[in-house]
Design a protein around this ligand. Structure first.
Ligand code: 5GP
Length: 134
């Protein structure tokens, strides 16, 4: 069965998209640890990060780096933290989390945003990302 992220990639489920390439997509985590918490996902469904072939792995990390740079320009923070877990969704994804303190990397610590806040944030990160690409 297709993962929830494959359904997002195929447009069957909505997301707050921040960046996309031929092989990768980045969208806001729907249950964020911190404002700007973003997931970077390969479009090809694979379960585990280290099962990716080297080209896909390096491509994912290169794309995640570009997204993180855009994210940090939009969401003031100490730095963007990175985490890879996958215990909930078995489709490779890199968590990019704007960090203010250690609690932001704690997945039991959550913040809530309105749909308007999600939309505005995604659009702003997307604009900065696209500007960095041109
Ligand atoms: P993990 O698999 O790394 O443990 O966690 C999966 C992450 O995906 C969680 O942070 C969760 O909030 C997020 N997530 C789960 N379902 C959805 C969804 O339908 N849309 C979005 N944007 N994020 C999701």
């Amino acid at each position: 069965m297709a993962s929830i992220f494959t359904k997002i990639i195929n447009g069957e489920i909505p997301c707050y998209k921040v960046a996309e390439s031929a092989d990768f997509i980045a969208f806001l985590d729907i249950n964020p640890n911190a404002k700007g918490h973003t997931l970077v996902v390969p479009k090809k469904e694979e379960n585990k990060l280290f099962e990716l072939d080297e080209t896909s792995y390096l491509g994912l990390m290169t794309f995640a780096r570009k997204v993180a740079i855009a994210l940090e320009k939009v969401v003031p923070c100490e730095r963007v933290g990175v985490s890879v877990i996958g215990l909930e969704v078995p489709h490779v994804h890199v968590h990019l989390i704007p960090l203010h303190s250690m609690k932001d990397i704690d997945f039991k610590h959550k913040v809530s945003l309105t749909s308007e806040e999600f939309s505005e944030l995604a659009n702003t990160i997307s604009e900065v990302f696209l500007a960095s690409e041109s």
